[in-house]
Design a protein around this ligand. Structure first.
Ligand SMILES: [Zn+2]
Length: 259
């Protein structure tokens, strides 16, 4: 199992060398896709990822830095399958926190070449708290975050996730208000993918250590101004924290997690 990072940036204006958030977990010939920021299909395909092995696409919330590349990702899968004919009759599961996003994306796609008639089926579904899917021994669960406003009785519209397979556990914070959002997911966490668009990396690390919940690897993505403008300063702050395994992720990075 490995994590492949396609976009490491938060919702900034275009910056050199980084794109909005997207990554995939690659395991046993399947790709499990999380968030679809700008250009993710382009970046992933050119980095050698097999877009026709995508089984599930999970969108944490509908802000543009997480969903702006979704229509193009689906369009690219159809384009590649038009040559390869590998997805005949197969289902691609699309997990969304707001199905109005699918109405918009499917309407847009329907206006493209050939009305976007596909050999594969896209099945959208609404994300809620709890188990989201299990596929070939890989299990994903969702837990809402407080990133977006939430009214009593309304569905939550922003989520973090745990991803478990082969005795390993990845936690992705999504966009988060902080520790309390994702703490329930942290038991046995090997890799915590934590956003830095709304948080100072060293403060995140210190809180995790203070709580006794430091993961095997604290990997930062969805970068904001701290890391975009002052990367060396942020690395020095992290390096000064004892007994912390950390990494600041860049577009194209891969985290190997064994079998
Ligand atoms: Zn974001």
């Amino acid at each position: 199992m490995k994590i492949r990072l396609f976009g490491s940036c938060s919702g900034t204006e275009p910056v050199p060398g980084r794109h909005h958030t997207a990554f995939a977990v690659e395991r046993r010939g399947g790709l499990y896709w999380f968030d679809a920021g700008e250009s993710c299909a382009h970046t992933a395909h050119l980095s050698g990822a097999d877009l026709l092995s995508i089984r599930h696409i999970v969108i944490s919330h509908t802000h543009m830095d997480h969903i702006g590349g979704l229509a193009h990702l689906l369009w690219t899968m159809r384009k590649l399958d038009g040559h390869a004919h590998r997805l005949d009759g197969q289902t691609v599961f699309l997990h969304l926190p707001d199905l109005r996003a699918w109405d918009a994306v499917s309407s847009l796609l329907a206006l493209t070449e050939g009305g976007f008639s596909c050999r594969f089926v896209i099945r959208p579904g609404l994300i809620g708290d709890g188990p989201l899917f299990e596929d070939n021994g890989l299990a994903v669960s969702a837990l809402h975050t407080r990133h977006l406003p939430h009214a009593e009785g309304e569905p939550w519209r922003s989520f973090g996730f745990s991803i478990e397979a082969d005795g390993k556990k990845i936690v992705y914070t999504g966009d988060t208000k902080g520790y309390e959002d994702y703490a329930p997911l942290l038991d046995g966490c090997d890799v915590l993918l934590h956003e830095t668009g709304h948080h100072h990396p060293a403060e995140v690390a210190k809180r995790l250590i203070d709580e006794g919940r430091a993961p095997g690897l604290l990997a930062f993505l969805h970068h904001g101004r701290d890391i975009l403008n002052h990367p060396d300063e942020q690395k020095a702050l992290l390096a000064a924290i004892p007994d912390l395994s950390w990494r600041i992720l860049n577009d194209g990075d891969v985290i190997e997690m064994g079998e």
